[in-house]
Design a protein around this ligand. Structure first.
Ligand code: ATP
Ligand code: MG
Length: 260
């Protein structure tokens, strides 16, 4: 494993002086599809927001390509990382295509309009997320799952080196859950995009991730290969769930079954 495109180094951080993280260390390998799992309140969203500087990290705690991110401007961050939030805010009054095209904003030069290349990137993002049929629709008039795909398309149009997604399969039907996760895995494998995705579905994590981080109470409990993280012991300790591992007959990958 290399030194990591993104490194979290002894992170201590909390809201209003109440620490959530105590000396958290994480290294995210370049080009990996890294999943983050953990119970509600574990600190997953807060961690992503610190990485994206949506919350203010302290100096010397988060490094992107060995540079302290506190030195990056908002535009620097937006050129390198895109974010699909757990609770996307929506600017009403735009069409789906306009919303996806906003992903190009960090790359436009001041006062210049989009180029044919920008338009081609937007067209690809609409196609890849299968929302071309919605292009001219008002974003206030689409379904929850369609909106989620629009937000993902906008993040893809940003052409990030790092794509951070917080529960990206929220609102999606099973077919679109698989399609979106497959698409993201493909982007990571073929284009070298580093993906960091908060997931709640362990079997999605086992199937799609090549690196997994299990968090609990603001700490990293385990990290590494998904099958080394999702183990009966860890699931018992963190979630108080009894599980057995099976093999997915379709893909041959490990698959988890929970005692109900
Ligand atoms: N704005 C805030 N102000 C104060 N505390 C907060 C704030 N946002 C989150 N917290 C607290 O920080 C902790 C971590 O929250 P976070 O949203 O990172 O959890 P999470 O792992 O993403 O959980 P979930 O699976 O429910 O999305 C929780 O205890 C939460 O109550
Ligand atoms: Mg969250």
């Amino acid at each position: 494993m290399n030194r990591g495109v993104l490194r979290i180094n002894n992170l201590d951080w909390g809201f209003n002086g109440r620490n959530i993280f105590n000396s958290v260390n994480i290294s995210i390998p370049e080009g990996s599809f890294t999943g983050i799992i953990g119970p509600n309140g574990a600190g997953k969203t807060t961690l992503l927001k610190l990485i994206l500087k949506l919350l203010p990290p302290d100096r010397n705690s988060i490094f992107l390509n060995n540079r302290d991110i506190t030195g990056f401007t908002r535009k620097d961050i937006a050129r390198k990382m895109s974010y699909v939030s757990q609770t996307p805010g929506v600017d009403f009054g735009f069409t789906v295509e306009q919303m996806v095209a906003m992903g190009r904003n960090p790359h436009l030069r001041s006062f210049s309009s989009e180029t044919s290349e920008d338009r081609a990137i937007v067209t690809d993002a609409l196609r890849d997320t299968q929302i071309e049929y919605l292009s001219s629709k008002d974003i206030s008039k689409i379904s929850g799952g369609e909106l989620q795909r629009v937000i993902i398309a906008r993040a893809l149009a940003q052409k990030p080196a790092i794509l951070a997604l917080d529960e990206p399969t929220n609102h999606l039907d099973l077919n679109h859950q698989m399609k979106i996760l497959s698409l993201i895995r493909e982007l990571s494998a073929e284009k070298g995009i580093t993906v960091i995705a908060v997931l709640h579905d362990f079997n999605h994590a086992l199937e799609y991730c090549d690196n997994l981080i299990l968090m609990n109470g603001g700490a990293v409990v385990a990290s590494g290969l998904p099958e080394d993280v999702i183990t009966p012991d860890n699931m018992d300790t963190v979630y108080h769930l009894e599980i057995v591992m099976e093999k997915n007959p379709f893909t041959g990958k490990p698959y988890m079954v929970v005692r109900s």
